[in-house]
Write a protein that binds this ligand. Structure first.
Ligand SMILES: [Zn+2]
Length: 133
């Protein structure tokens, strides 16, 4: 696996666990990010980032620019979020709210991430959970 300056790196799909384990960027990203599962089936998680949020679907699709560029090249590639998701799953760092939000809220969260930069709906839900326990 090689990491480019643009954050794109190749994923060896047959050996993803060991390659990701060696990737300090993915590990750091997993530990510093807030990764929220908003749907269990299909598996949809949201990365709450500092600059913008991203949606990841079934660990195969990411809404970030690096992923779009890498898939456009026709090779099996990914982005640092997909690597970080693997780490987060393994280390149990994902906050799962999929059973406590409505379908409408889930759809609004995805729409906000894909059309804007941040999902205010998800932040509002997390804030409410935090303040009410
Ligand atoms: Zn990404």
């Amino acid at each position: 696996m090689s990491v480019g300056e643009d954050g794109i790196y190749d994923i060896d799909a047959s050996n993803i666990h060991s390659t990701v384990k060696m990737d300090k960027t993915a590990t750091a990203k997993a530990r510093s990010s807030r990764i929220i599962r908003i749907s269990a089936n299909p598996d949809i998680v949201v990365f709450l980032g500092r600059e913008r949020d991203h949606v990841l679907i079934d660990s195969h699709y990411c809404s970030c620019t690096a992923f779009t560029i890498s898939t456009g090249s026709g090779e099996l590639k990914g982005c640092s979020h997909i690597g970080a998701l693997e780490v987060a799953v393994r280390e149990g760092l994902i906050l799962d709210i999929s059973s406590s939000i409505s379908k409408g809220e889930m759809e609004r969260i995805i729409w906000e991430v894909l059309t804007g930069e941040f999902t205010m709906t998800l932040r509002r839900i997390l804030h409410k959970k935090h303040t009410t326990g």
